[in-house]
Design a protein around this ligand. Structure first.
Ligand SMILES: C[S@@+](CC[C@H](N)C(=O)[O-])C[C@H]1O[C@@H](n2cnc3c(N)ncnc32)[C@H](O)[C@@H]1O
Length: 267
């Protein structure tokens, strides 16, 4: 992996990271052996749970297409992750070539790879910031340069709020953004939703133990993230089923029930 100094590399290899493990599970190449080993645990021991990552990503891609079809041409991708096969600006621009995207993540590896691979022109920026500090992000010079808050904007929270501890108020973070965006804007959230079987508990235990954080949220807490907004499509349902037009995809496995998504509009 290039673009990083020795300290970043040493720190990065000490334990698996969220972004790199996710990259492994999506079939990417930007991870270390330690992330691969953790990813293999999901594939080989909790077999089927790796689909949590895949179904999450596919739903996010559908959401981005839906934003483009709704005419939203500015997007902030919060907790964007490492460059993937299809990235938000590429998907959106298939329909709206003028789309501007700000990618935000707090992981230095995501930033170095993102700046090398995603910041392809002056209408895409990759910003290192913490989702727990929405005001800092809102006022970041790159956000100010690319995003016009009196026009509709699309906000993506793809599988990031589950990594924000309750004390850091993930619901309040969404609410902050819901207040500052213009009518006609959209908020997309995908989040781990608590199930009621032991295997769910096992995934959560492992994620917390190995990655250091990560929590499954109740359906009520996830619903409250959309307070004051109007859910569109099918509401909050498992990512694998979620279709922006309301149609339902395949029946989820027990694992796939553990990640849900919703898209809401600000009226
Ligand atoms: C599971 S990945 C999801 C990537 C992408 N959003 C998606 O849904 O395909 C979660 C990402 O959130 C980032 N993340 C976690 N906590 C964060 C925080 N407090 N601030 C910014 N990024 C964060 C991680 O570094 C990781 O890249």
């Amino acid at each position: 992996m290039g673009h990083m100094n020795d300290n970043d590399v040493r720190a990065g290899q000490a334990r698996p990271s969220i972004a790199r493990t996710y990259d492994y599970l999506l079939g990417g190449r930007d991870h270390y052996v330690i992330d691969e080993e953790f990813g293999r645990y999901f594939e080989q021991v909790l077999t089927g749970s790796e689909q949590i990552a895949v179904s999450n990503r596919r739903a996010l891609e559908r959401a981005v297409r839906a934003l483009a079809h709704a005419g939203v041409d500015q997007i902030i991708d919060l907790g964007c992750g490492l460059p993937a096969k299809e990235n938000v600006h590429q998907i959106a621009r298939q329909h709206l070539p003028q789309t501007r995207v700000v990618y935000v993540d707090n992981d230095p590896i995501v930033i170095s790879h993102g700046q090398a691979m995603l910041a392809v022109d002056e209408d895409v920026a990759v910003v290192q910031a913490d989702v727990r500090e929405p005001e800092v992000i809102r006022e970041h010079p790159e956000v100010a340069r690319l995003i016009t808050f009196d026009r509709p904007v699309g906000l993506l929270f793809g599988a990031v709020l589950g990594f924000i501890e309750e004390d850091d108020d993930p619901v309040g973070i969404v609410r902050y953004w819901a207040e500052v965006i213009a009518p006609g804007s959209f908020v997309y959230v995908s989040c781990f939703r608590a199930g009621d079987n032991r295997r769910t508990a096992l995934v959560q235990e492992q994620v917390r133990k190995v990655l250091g954080r990560g929590g499954w949220r109740s359906a009520e807490v996830i619903a409250s993230m959309f307070d004051g907004l109007e859910l569109v499509g099918p509401g909050v349902i498992p990512c694998v089923q979620w279709q922006p037009d309301g149609g339902a995809g395949p029946e989820p496995t027990d694992w796939e029930r553990l990640i849900v998504s919703g898209l809401a509009r600000k009226n």
